[in-house]
Design a protein around this ligand. Structure first.
Ligand SMILES: Cc1ncc(COP(=O)(O)O)c(C=O)c1O
Length: 492
């Protein structure tokens, strides 16, 4: 038998030289991509995108392909057909960023592939994750008995918080429990509630005031009305920075009411909580440390790549009581050290904390605070400029780093026309390629919005935002005056 004639198909390991060559190729491609971000269109090419996607469908490959042949279309054709989320001009939705050291941490976590589900499998690594959670706890001024969990995003943080509050307050009597959000709360809460067994007919939506903050008196009335109907109010959500307009609810007042009513108060800080890292900005989020639980989204305010959220729970034992379990084949649970599977739903898991730990250790919190403070300054500056553009009416000034506005002019004499013009403003500014913006329907009105949160957004991008909003607004108002303005469908 000739051993050399038959390749060993079952051997999937690579030689150190081959791994290094593949790794270098990938890092070089990624770094070249990042180096181009400044000149890349703020939103990729969506021409015939459906047909393009259909053309990508293919059966599973029976045989391998050289890496370069895979990376070429990935970097040249597929990645560019997307929102340029890591770019400096990404002012749409709630930006994140994708800070580079976190990508390296992911590489280390995946290549070393240690198991952090149970403490005993990688005690020192779990301790690093625990440290990272403790840093979040300290920045949020939560007490030492608070415990947390890294999740895949804000939505899963919300799900775990609701499950925890439900377990503690309702036990098996789930059906009578009612939960309160504002009309500006993120839709992930209602979804998480449903996943956690709280049906939509038990989720109450409270109105907001002129600054899009929850009306606390309405909340109080809704709670009283549910109690008198024999229901059991158990949980209130306030938001530290809404997605639509950046509003920060009266967290302190809601904390007071929750305390007097005996309700679990969760703060959704997916967008805004990290501003609490900056001591000078803490007054903007007054009351946040009083929450029973808090959603944070490191893939937003900590500029991490997508895929990481976090939950803090004041009563750490309540979180543990929800999740703690064991099996005959596992090491015995222990009490001294943080143990991820005892505080969250996952058993087998990678090492999500490493991206936070490594990036923080590399940069230090001082630089994070500087970056966050700068994003707010840029938003304040941009909002001031945008407010001066003829035709723009400001609906929400930055409470943190997001502002919202709409277009008006004598020729845009109906709400419908104003909405269409504001929508067109977002689309046309984005089409210019320097910045990307998206709007939001708030009640009957469509608002344009700018959210500054990416670590790559610096002064130049803020200036481009103001310049393009100025010129496109003038263009749209001229069109409207000439009666030439037609509704432009947004591709977003
Ligand atoms: C205020 C707010 N809450 C919750 C979420 C949901 O977070 P995720 O997308 O990480 O699941 C978002 C997402 O943008 C958000 O802006």
């Amino acid at each position: 038998m000739n051993d050399h004639a038959m390749p060993d198909l079952a051997d999937l390991d690579l030689s150190p030289e081959d791994m290094l060559a593949l790794g270098n190729t990938v890092v070089a491609r990624s770094v070249a991509h990042l180096a181009d971000l400044n000149t890349m269109a703020s939103c990729g090419d969506y021409t015939d995108i459906e047909a393009f996607c259909r053309s990508l469908r293919e059966p599973a490959p029976e045989h391998g392909t050289p890496l370069d042949a895979l990376l070429d279309p990935l970097f040249d054709e597929w990645i560019p057909r997307s929102f340029t989320t890591p770019g400096p001009g990404y002012l749409a939705y709630i930006p994140g960023g994708g800070i580079f050291p976190a990508a390296l941490a992911d590489f280390i976590a995946s290549s070393t592939n240690r198991y952090t589900g149970v403490w005993r499998a990688a005690p020192a690594l779990v301790q690093l994750e625990s440290n990272a959670l403790d840093w979040l706890r300290d920045w949020m001024e939560f007490p030492s008995e608070a415990r947390g969990l890294f999740t895949t995003g804000g939505s899963m943080a919300m799900f775990n918080a609701i499950a925890c509050a439900r377990e503690l307050h309702l036990g098996n009597e789930i059906r009578s429990g009612t939960l309160y959000v504002s009309s500006q709360s993120h839709h992930s809460i209602a979804k998480a509630a449903r996943l956690a067994g709280i049906a939509h007919d038990r989720v109450r939506t409270i109105d907001v005031d002129a600054e899009f903050r929850m009306r606390v008196h309405d909340l109080e009335r809704a709670i009283a009305s549910d109690r008198s109907a024999g229901l059991k109010p158990f949980m209130v959500f306030s938001t530290a920075g809404t997605t639509n307009t950046g509003a920060v609810d009266p967290i302190d007042d809601i904390a007071d009411l929750s305390a007097s009513e005996g309700l679990w108060h969760h703060v959704d800080g997916a967008y805004g909580a990290f501003f609490h890292m900056v001591p000078e900005l803490r007054p903007l989020l007054r009351g946040l440390p009083r929450a029973d639980s808090l959603t944070l989204d490191p893939h937003k305010g900590m500029f991490m790549p997508y895929g990481i959220g976090a939950l803090l729970v004041r009563d750490g034992e309540a979180l543990r009581a929800l999740h703690s379990t064991t099996a005959g084949y596992l090491p015995k649970n222990q009490d001294e050290f943080y143990d991820p599977a005892q505080y969250g739903p996952d058993l087998s898991r990678g090492f999500p904390g490493l991206r936070v730990w490594l990036t923080l250790k590399l940069f230090g919190a001082v630089r994070y605070r500087a970056a966050l403070a700068e994003k707010r300054e840029l938003a304040l500056w941009a909002a001031e400029q945008v407010a001066r553009i003829p035709g723009i009416v400001m609906d929400a000034l930055p409470q943190l780093s997001l502002f919202a506005f709409h277009l008006e002019s004598p020729a845009l004499d109906t709400l419908e026309a104003q909405n269409a013009a504001t929508r067109a403003l977002m689309t046309r500014v984005t089409q210019r390629g320097r910045v990307m913006m998206t709007g939001a329907a708030v009640g009957e009105r469509y608002l344009g919005r700018v959210c500054v949160l990416s670590f790559r957004t610096r002064r130049a991008a803020a200036e481009a935002c103001v310049e393009d909003l100025t010129s496109v607004t003038a263009e749209l108002l001229t069109d409207a005056d000439a009666g030439r303005f037609a509704t432009t469908g947004s591709p977003l």
